[in-house]
Design a protein around this ligand. Structure first.
Ligand code: FES
Ligand SMILES: [Fe+2]
Length: 396
């Protein structure tokens, strides 16, 4: 068995034990938090600079800019950016601002462009970021064009995803950020062979940590989703592998119960995929959910300096029409249905609760909050965040 297969098999056994005995993997202790952590501007500034300005995080899937000159724009915590496919197949990222007097170059969320032409005075830039045209340059005066291309930001494509560090002063190395374990897990998913379906972005009036916590939480399933997810998934049961920065875990479908007390020879990897949901938490802000047929990505990040504003992005990555043998119409129908189920739970059931949490954090006397031993994923998210925020810029 490969390392991955061993890890899955081990977690599956652990999960069966948890289901049988009503237990879960646990953290060592209960910890506390204060409402101020979700409404304090200084904390938000530290997270923006020391987390998103220092380490790689996912901003999209490569298939969203499949051919040369295709681009997407993103509002990241520190910069509004353009990510664009280059002629040689590589990707580059730029601050979405003209070098003349700073007009926003691109308004669209995505598109295709041979030249970025500024709407204000029509300076123009190549997809590689070089300044090409300075209008009425006889009268403009001296200008070193080579030094006035778009401001470049570090971006890298790995395991099918587009990763960035939101800081022009940094260089990016996704492999070393992931570490050998998580890098191997992602390599096994072959996400680069999938295509991104319906990437969607939600502006949420909720601190990004509250959002991320909500989706790492297996304790709420039965209580907040009694008629949907709670019917098919077990509550408060995680089997988790901690890689020290990122972590991997299984949650269980109720259909797993049929294997309780069974001989391990009675299940194979296919059963593990069918009766559990395999998830990766990629510090600082992403979750990958691996299903038997597809992969989902959820990301959370702050926007601007308001601790109460965040952007959540969701996308499904699915096998191509060729790989599934479906015609386009059937393929569209299949993923539209899948998307509808996912979105209705998140939109109608999670979002209101999480938004309410942010409202609650406005109460100055809300009191100390507690995180139980059973909320292991949330503890590990917090551990990584505290570590990053405590590091001086540039020392990661
Ligand atoms: S601000 Fe872009 S050309 Fe003037
Ligand atoms: Fe939920």
């Amino acid at each position: 068995m490969t390392l991955d297969a061993d890890m899955r098999d081990h977690a599956f056994r652990t999960m069966l034990r948890h289901v049988e005995k009503e237990t879960t993997d646990e953290f060592t202790s209960v910890s506390t938090s204060e409402a101020v952590e979700y409404r304090d501007r200084e904390t938000a500034a530290l997270e923006r600079d020391r987390v998103f300005g220092e380490v790689p995080f996912i901003v999209g899937h490569g298939s969203e800019i499949a051919s040369p000159n295709e681009f997407l724009t993103r509002r990241l915590p520190r910069n509004n950016v353009i990510v664009i496919r280059q002629r040689d197949g590589g990707v580059k990222a730029f601050v979405n601002a003209c070098r003349h007097r700073g007009a926003q170059l691109v308004e669209e969320a995505s598109g295709r462009c041979r030249i970025f032409s500024c709407p204000y005075h029509r300076w123009s830039y190549d997809p590689s970021g070089e300044l090409r045209t300075v209008t009425l340059d006889d009268t403009f005066g001296d200008l070193d064009r080579e030094r006035n291309g778009l401001v470049e930001l570090p971006v890298e494509e790995r395991h099918g995803f587009l990763w960035m560090i939101d800081n022009a002063q940094r260089t990016i190395d996704v492999e070393s950020w992931l570490g050998p374990e998580m890098d191997a897990v992602l390599a096994g998913y072959r996400i680069e062979d999938l295509v991104s379906v319906t990437p969607q972005s939600f502006d949420r009036p909720t601190n990004w940590k509250i959002m991320q916590d909500g989706f790492l939480d297996n304790y709420h399933v039965r209580y907040a989703h009694p008629n949907t997810a709670g019917k098919v998934l077990h509550t408060n049961k995680l089997a988790l592998e901690d890689f020290g920065r990122h972590f991997w875990f299984l949650a269980a479908r109720k259909s797993i119960d049929r294997f309780i007390g069974e001989d391990p020879a009675s299940w194979d990897e296919g059963d593990i995929g069918k009766h559990t949901i395999e998830s990766c938490f990629l510090a600082p802000n992403s979750m990958i959910l691996k299903h038997a047929t597809h992969v989902e990505l959820l990301t959370f990040r702050p926007y601007g300096d308001d601790p109460g504003e965040s952007v959540m992005e969701m996308r499904v990555m699915a096998p191509t029409t060729e790989a599934t043998g479906l015609d386009q119409e059937a393929w569209d129908r299949l993923w539209a249905k899948n998307w509808k189920i996912m979105i209705s739970i998140i939109h109608d059931e999670d979002f209101p609760i999480l938004e309410g949490s942010q409202q609650a954090m406005r109460s100055l006397d809300a009191g100390t909050m507690r995180l139980g031993r059973n909320e292991l994923g949330n503890h590990l998210f917090r551990r990584e965040l505290e570590r990053l925020v405590s590091i001086e810029p540039g020392e990661t």
